[in-house]
Design a protein around this ligand. Structure first.
Ligand code: SF4
Ligand code: SF4
Length: 338
């Protein structure tokens, strides 16, 4: 590889990446603020100590390991928190990075964590990352819900740590190619990871196969990010990733485990600053009596299945709206020869 490229990777490109990161995060914060002030939901309608407290509570709920859903998988939860703590601590408090970035360029730095601790933390981090990948490949239930993106994301995150560990310890120095280029591989993979963070979103998805269209997720969403609108004979679910605070309320409310929070790297999402996108839709059934729409088709189908499993015939009133159901019942009560 030409030397100018190598100098570019460890010099100018690194600076460009840091500027892009700062700019990208600034733009994301701005887009979030614009979206929440445009929102109609109660948390953002007006500033009150109560609504601010609720917002902070929900954010804390997401950040701290007391989440109702996460507590269902305690081991995974603990590993997940260790992983994210290491992801932040290792690059920021490793003496090599501090000396290179802060001391040499800015003339100041904070006290680094001793290198032997950082080295152990790096191994723990890599180990947990590999476990996460294996978990997504080995367990069929998790594999079904995982995408190629999920595994790629973990690999991109691990790469700077693996190459950094190999570089510091000279693990692959017996291979001349690695001996020569490991440092550049480490720097470049770190740059890719930082750029990825700008385009990385945690967004809500509604699984079309599981969703019965009950709207519980929209009703419970504290920010109004998730919204249901009815058009002709459909219920459409709209969502804005820039309004979502990733609180997980929709996930814990969904009775069908159809709502999920997923990582996604997307340039188009980054540039979709305003407006909501349709993320799911369900057909609404028409009442057999008055012809008006009354309930989501998958929900009625689900109720029918329950009757089927219990070997009971579905009531005829299932295909009627609430008003017609009443009329239907009254009609049944009328004396036949009255
Ligand atoms: S969409 Fe879900 S995760 Fe996002 S703010 Fe609403 S309830 Fe929370
Ligand atoms: S995602 Fe879950 S809570 Fe939301 S409408 Fe579908 S089934 Fe109901």
């Amino acid at each position: 590889m030409p030397e100018e490229w190598l100098y570019f990777i460890e010099g100018q490109f690194l600076e460009i990446v840091f500027y892009l990161f700062a700019m990208g995060m600034g733009i994301r914060c701005l887009a979030f603020l614009v979206n929440i002030f445009n929102s109609r939901m109660f948390l953002y309608q007006k500033f009150t100590w109560k609504s601010t407290g609720k917002l902070l509570f929900l954010l804390g709920n997401f950040l701290l390991p007391f989440h109702k859903i996460l507590l269902k998988q305690p081991l995974y939860t603990i590993l997940r928190y260790i992983f994210h703590a290491c992801l932040f601590i290792i690059p920021v408090w490793y003496s090599g990075h501090l000396n290179m970035l802060l001391d040499t360029r800015l003339g100041w730095y904070w006290e680094p964590i001793p290198d032997e601790y950082i080295e152990t933390a790096t191994l723990v981090f890599i180990g947990i990352g590999c476990l996460f990948i294996a978990r997504r490949i080995v367990f069929s239930r998790i594999r079904e819900q995982s995408s190629f993106m999920d595994i790629t994301l973990i690999m991109i995150t691990l790469l700077p740590f693996i190459t950094g560990y190999w570089y510091v310890n000279g693990t692959l120095d017996h291979i001349s190619l690695f001996e020569e280029y490991m440092w550049y591989l480490h720097v470049f993979s770190g740059e890719v990871m930082i750029l990825m963070a700008v385009f990385l979103f945690i967004r809500t998805r509604l699984d079309a196969k599981r969703c019965v269209g009950c709207e519980s997720c929209c009703i419970s969403c504290p920010t109004g990010t998730l919204e249901a609108i009815e058009t002709a004979n459909k219920r459409e679910f709209l969502y804005s990733h820039y309004q979502c605070i990733c609180c997980g309320t929709c996930v814990s409310t969904c009775p069908e485990t159809a709502a999920k929070l997923r990582h996604e790297i997307s340039i188009s999402l980054f540039f979709s600053f305003i407006g909501k996108k349709k993320i799911n839709e369900v057909v609404i059934n028409t009442c057999a009596g008055c012809g008006k729409t009354y309930a989501p088709d998958p929900q009625i189908e689900k109720i029918n299945q329950i009757f089927l499993v219990k070997k009971i015939a579905s009531p005829e009133t299932l295909s009627y709206c609430g008003r017609c159901k009443k009329l239907f019942s009254n009609h049944m009560l009328l004396p036949r020869d009255g």
